[in-house]
Design a protein around this ligand. Structure first.
Ligand SMILES: [Ca+2]
Ligand SMILES: [Ca+2]
Ligand SMILES: [Ca+2]
Length: 256
């Protein structure tokens, strides 16, 4: 082996040695806060003010980030499934940094992307800091994030039911850093159910019934409906304190 290959072996051993620590830090008891609230496209999240971070945020390094084949995922008409195993974003998925790069100042350009760090099935899941200009590999989210991914529009005209199911792994600073599962009928105001805290190192099942969207009500009978996830972090205590963020996997939107 040449020196580069040896370096990879050494790094692999180091990463494997650190894995149990990472797993332990995300484990423990399921402990989450929940709230509802509206998020608006293009309007940065208005999170409570905090003291300045004690130390500047530094992007973690993941020299062993895996590559994968760039092939399209299969599309399905009434049930839209996403497992993040294939090329993503595909179809009408969009992802962006909703507070741009200057909010509040010297912020980053971070949005969702597929990562092979954790999954509930297969090898990949969606993670909110791996995409856009400053995207990097997990674990550890940045401060001041407002990372969105949306799918749509889909039509619920004539539908008797419309439901989103998914698996989520959560590990955030309780009450300050949030994962929202959201729906919209105008692709502007997104009505969300927010969670913060920990799923204790596991993926849990989540649902969003479009018949009963928090803060809105029924979104059935609409020709245009969008769904999505938003990850928001405040100005301090994030990946630098070992918090991983949120992973989404086994997404299925079923309209019938
Ligand atoms: Ca997956
Ligand atoms: Ca930003
Ligand atoms: Ca925080």
């Amino acid at each position: 082996m040449n020196s580069k290959q040896w370096m990879k072996v050494v790094l692999a051993v180091l990463v494997l040695a650190l894995l149990p620590v990472a797993v332990v830090s995300a484990a423990g008891k399921v402990n989450m806060q929940q709230k509802t609230g509206v998020a608006v496209v293009g309007v940065p999240a208005d999170l409570p003010a905090r003291d300045a971070p004690a130390k500047p945020w530094v992007f973690p390094n993941n020299p062993l980030g895996l590559e994968k084949a760039n092939v399209p995922s299969p599309n399905m008409p009434l049930t839209w499934k996403e497992s993040w195993e294939f090329a993503w974003p595909n179809g009408t998925w969009l992802t962006w940094d909703n507070n741009g790069t200057d909010y509040p100042s010297d912020n980053y350009d971070l949005c969702w992307n597929d990562v092979s760090y954790r999954d509930s099935k297969g090898n990949w899941s969606g993670w909110p800091a791996a995409g856009c200009g400053d995207g990097y590999s997990p674990p550890g989210y940045a401060p001041n994030m407002d990372s969105w991914m949306t799918l749509g529009p889909v039509s619920t005209s004539g539908a008797k039911s419309a439901k989103l199911t998914y698996k989520y792994f959560l590990h955030t600073e309780m009450n300050y850093d949030w994962l929202g599962v959201c729906a919209s009928v105008d692709n502007f105001n997104y009505y969300c159910s927010w969670r913060s805290g920990t799923t204790a190192g596991k993926f849990l099942k989540g649902t969003l019934d479009l018949k009963n969207v928090p803060g809105y009500g029924s979104m059935l009978g609409n020709p245009y409906v969008w769904v999505g996830y938003i990850f928001q972090s405040d100005s301090s205590v994030s990946g630098d304190y070992g918090y991983e963020g949120a992973y989404i996997d086994e997404f299925a939107l079923t309209i019938k």
